[in-house]
Design a protein around this ligand. Sequence first.
Ligand code: TF8
Length: 339
Amino acid sequence: GVILPGVLLLSACSGGTQNESAATSADGIQERTIKAGIGNSESHPQGQGMVKFKELLEEKSGGKMKVQNFFDATLGDDLKMTEALQGGLQEVTVPSTSPLVGMIKEFGIYDFPFVFNTEKEAYSVLDGAVGQKLLDKLPEHDLVGLGYWENGFRNLTNSKHPVNTAEDFKGLKIRTMQNEVHLEAFSKLGANPSPMAFSEVFTALESGTVDGQENPLATIKTQKYSEVQDYLSLTKHVYTPFVFLVSKKFWDSLSEEEQKIMSEAAQEAGEYQRALNQEENEKALKILEEEGMKINEVSPEEAEKMKEVIQPVTDEFAKKFGSDLVEEMMSEVEKVRGN
Ligand code: TF8
């Protein structure tokens, strides 16, 4: 499952002042309202994960810690919400790790294409030592990470033609996340990438500002991209994690007991969210086909060729993000593959 962060253990050492303990009730839980926002809709597995988090936290706190959920980027896109957490204006968000790379570069190792073949491989990295090392970088950015949820394997949609080979990317205008690895990888394939916040994607596809975009199937379905995209190519070119973030300002104001139940709720909701995500991705494929999308698989041989084209980009960024960290990630993947 999703691991508990080291920060939870450390927090036990920070003794509250007399005043703080006086304000805390006998069980160490106060009335609190947590504003939580995500980019996806409520019907997306991520949205359902947030609904589960709310239920669990309210239950564990005896109804004292309340969660107000905001969906569909109504509080802003991933980057904007993360900044709101840093400023103490919002308590929780669950962004893709990719838009955070400008802030915390090491998260970029997750953006290397074709690293993971299965969800299980991704979980072993995210829930293991590598994943924890990255979560440990968050507090110095005024954020606390309570584990990883799942956005998942990304697939390409576009309005021009099926993408079967590396050559098929040439000339396609593709919206990417605001992430330098994605930007350079798609450039290397000969596409014209344009980075854009998530909430602007549908309109950009509809107006033809871009020809295509890439996201996991559940998102392609809930965002109704089939209304403006004809082709879905199952490229599975990269796995994107979600990271469960809490404002450090808020976190530091919580009692030990409050931190504990919040961590537990994020972890349990994350396990639920990952399982649901895998189910929904499978269902989405059928629905997208029914909605008229022309769907093609990408052969392992062609995926390998795409990987080779992108390799120089990956090598360059590996040096920037830390070769040791990348090697640790790769050997963890090898370990799971060997089993
Ligand atoms: C993207 C991401 C988004 C998520 C979320 C909706 O394409 O995959 O789906 O980060 O904010 O921007």
